[in-house]
Ligand binder design. Structure first.
Ligand code: S3P
Length: 425
């Protein structure tokens, strides 16, 4: 589907509720599937990725039913069963990497497959630590499909070279089924939804600095309320900052400190951002965000901040085109392993709009402020985050743009374009 986006002349105004967090939705399904009892998952994501996880855990024998559009009931005896067919993770790296951790320690075999984009993404990062625990995983040169032969696992003390929540979660979940203690250390703290939710469901898990320790545990079912996704909110934050005369409130946004890098960046760039009504829900910090059109300046972003905003880098690039001076993104080489090579794809598409952006090995350098030009056709590279970032760029282009294959937004945020409409009336 081609999406045409026109310059927005009147600014964004009003309040919207941000839809469910994708990362937490995956985990809610997986962890309630291996917990004993009945869980109600409230505000489950409507995105294709979490739905891939839901389908897979149904195939693994768990009774999972929708009570209404956003409420899912999971009934489990805590055990998974041999599936009758391959488990298709479609476009979802989180599904494949986290499920592998759970499946490595079962007493049956599984085969995990993915779409073209997922089949190109690196799996060595989970195969290496899981194999050290005793997992038997066969792959296509460290890529999907993965044949997982359920095996007895032993805890390890693992030092990860990358700050990746998917790798950390995969190892910690395998640790639930391993003999002895599993210890995982990462260079910088990555998102910690796994640790929070496992603890909430009764696991023996503790974190100190960048090391998490888990012991085999039985989980107990509980209601899980999922907050709004800050990664989805980021597109609205960006649009409000750069579209003249905007002033909006984003409600029910997850504010877990391992995810709020985007807020720190906006503050550092000089953007107007205010946090309201902070509270804690199912162990996670949540609040509302007010944000207004602002004069922005370029900054440097790297180091420990990168995992806290890893999915927001394409939209930060769009913001940076409207900031005065130089913005440097560095230490972000793992962006090349996302749904697309997000360094290449972001640079290539923003250049078509006349942005002053140059690719580096581990990020890019942007000089602003640049008036973006439209009358061009942009590509999405099977990448939902790129599609949404380009849409926001289109709101400030002098002429209309056309975005190809815009339906990729459905991976995390099917409500995206419609929610934008509600802020334009
Ligand atoms: C995710 C972790 C991040 C992020 C992805 C979701 C998760 O990936 O980019 O969209 O839910 O754990 P990495 O762990 O590969 O950095």
């Amino acid at each position: 589907m081609i999406k045409n986006v026109k310059k927005l002349v009147h600014g964004l105004k009003g309040n919207i509720e941000i839809p469910s967090d994708k990362s937490i939705s995956h985990r809610a399904i997986m962890f309630s599937s291996i917990a004993k009892g009945t869980s109600r998952i409230i505000n489950f994501s409507n995105g294709e990725d979490p739905k891939s996880t839901l389908k897979i855990f149904r195939q693994l024998g768990v009774d999972i039913a929708y009570k209404d559009e956003k409420t899912v009931i999971v009934n489990s005896d805590g055990k998974l069963r041999q599936p009758l067919a391959d488990l298709d993770c479609e476009n979802s790296g989180t599904t494949m990497r986290l499920a592998s951790g759970i499946l490595a320690g079962q007493n049956f075999n599984t085969r995990l497959t993915g779409d073209i984009s997922l089949s190109k993404r690196p799996m060595k990062r989970i195969i290496t630590p899981l194999s050290l625990m005793g997992a038997k995983i066969e792959s296509e040169d460290n890529h999907a499909p993965l044949n997982i032969y359920g095996n007895r696992l032993t805890g390890i003390d693992y030092n990860s070279q990358i700050a990746s929540a998917q790798v950390k979660s995969s190892v910690l979940l395998a640790g639930l089924y391993a003999d002895g203690t599993t210890k995982f250390t990462e260079p910088y703290i990555s998102r910690n939804h796994t640790e929070i939710l496992l603890k909430y469901l009764g696991a023996d898990i503790t974190t100190k600095n960048t090391t998490t320790i888990i012991n085999p545990s039985e989980l107990t079912a509980k209601d899980i309320i999922i907050c709004g996704d800050i990664s989805s909110a980021a597109y609205f934050m960006a649009a409000a900052l750069i579209v003249p005369n905007s002033d909006i409130i984003l409600k029910n946004v997850g504010l877990n400190p391992t995810r709020t890098g985007i807020i720190k960046v906006i503050e550092k760039m000089g953007g107007y951002i205010e946090i309201l009504n902070k509270e804690k829900i199912s162990g996670e910090e949540v609040g509302d965000i007010r944000i207004k059109t602002s004069d922005l300046k370029g900054i440097t972003i790297g180091g420990e901040l990168i995992p806290q905003l890893i999915d927001e880098i394409p939209i930060i690039a769009v913001i940076a085109t409207q900031a005065k001076g130089e913005t440097v993104i560095k230490d972000a080489q793992d962006l090349r392993n996302k749904e697309s090579d997000r360094i290449k794809s972001t640079v290539c598409e923003l250049k078509k709009l006349g942005a002053n952006i140059e690719e580096t090995e581990d990020g890019f350098i942007i000089n602003g402020k640049t008036n973006l030009k439209g009358e061009t056709e942009l590509n999405t590279y099977h990448d939902h985050r790129l599609a949404m970032s380009l849409y926001v760029a289109g709101l400030i282009c002098d002429k209309e743009i056309a975005i190809n294959d815009f339906e990729w937004v459905n991976i995390s945020f099917p409500e995206f374009a419609q929610l934008f409409q509600t802020l334009q009336n």
